[in-house]
Write a protein that binds this ligand. Structure first.
Ligand SMILES: *Cc1c(COP(=O)(O)O)cnc(C)c1O
Length: 269
């Protein structure tokens, strides 16, 4: 029998506007607390609710609870949701997962932000499609700070030449860097990934190419966003702590992620 991560997850499902609102408030409070611990202004940290696998009916509840932007990992899913919720005209979509060149046209059409840029080919495809649409797109460059083969993103030493290669693409507004930390319960090692991204940003910012602005650091998810804020995150991408546990294990989204633990009831005695 397949294990159901929702049974063992610390994140109970949020099924009403009130529950989603309460979860948003509690995440926001934890963000604010992490800011005061590290002497930061809470206004400098943006909470991006991540809605992958969450059905559109529940996204309407999230909208009613105040969400005006949502992050999605997969383009097809994001596109479907954008179309289904097109009546919510002030809802913005951020694509935060790996993109294939042949899907760039969709992102160019509906997304307000793309956080996982890591190839010149995708940048070129996006820019060409954006020109056609007469749109611009905020982008972040994804960096692999954990040195795991399974993670997308550029190696830290590839980022400077990559930024230079982005300068011809006038429809891409480069805002900063994004990363996923190591999958580990060892906070020190997770923290090191976030610190690596911040140091890289600080170093590159000094002589960033014209038109490239490296202010943003998108890092931190449900399990590690407080650590990320202590290390300088300006965007945290939080899904399960707002919407509840996902029915599919993380390995479905990130090939290298550890499978979810087997629920007690299903372990062989
Ligand atoms: C799913 C996802 C998140 C959010 O993860 P949670 O554990 O739900 O908080 C953040 N970033 C990316 C790239 C994701 O795919």
């Amino acid at each position: 029998m397949a294990s159901d991560p929702t049974l063992t997850s610390p994140y109970p499902p949020a099924a009403t506007v009130a529950q989603i609102r309460a979860n948003l408030a509690s995440v926001r409070q934890r963000i604010d607390d992490a800011c005061s611990r590290s002497g930061r202004d809470p206004a400098t940290v943006r909470l991006l609710p991540v809605s992958k696998t969450v059905a559109v009916e529940r996204l309407r509840l999230a909208y009613a609870a105040g969400c005006r932007e949502l992050g999605e990992n997969k383009v097809q899913e994001a596109r479907h949701k954008h179309q289904t919720l097109a009546d919510l005209t002030d809802l913005r979509w951020s694509v935060i997962g790996h993109l294939q060149t042949n899907k760039a046209r969709y992102v160019a059409r509906f997304a307000s932000e793309f956080q996982a840029l890591d190839s010149v080919r995708v940048a070129e495809a996006l820019d060409r499609r954006l020109q056609k649409e007469g749109r611009a797109l905020d982008v972040m460059v994804q960096v692999n700070t954990s040195d795991e083969d399974s993670k997308y993103g550029l190696a830290p030493n590839q980022v400077a030449p990559f930024l230079k290669a982005l300068t011809p693409f006038s429809c891409l507004r480069v805002r900063g860097l994004m990363t996923l930390a190591l999958w580990s319960s060892d906070t020190d090692r997770v923290r090191a990934c976030f610190a690596r991204l911040r140091q890289l940003r600080d170093r590159l910012r000094q002589n960033a190419p014209d038109g490239i602005e490296l202010t943003q650091l998108s890092m931190g998810m449900s399990g590690d966003f407080e650590t990320a804020i202590e290390e300088g995150a300006t965007v945290v991408r939080v899904g399960q702590a707002i919407f509840g546990a996902r029915p599919l294990p993380d390995s479905h989204y990130w090939p290298g992620a550890a499978p979810s633990p087997t629920p007690q009831s299903e372990q062989t005695p």
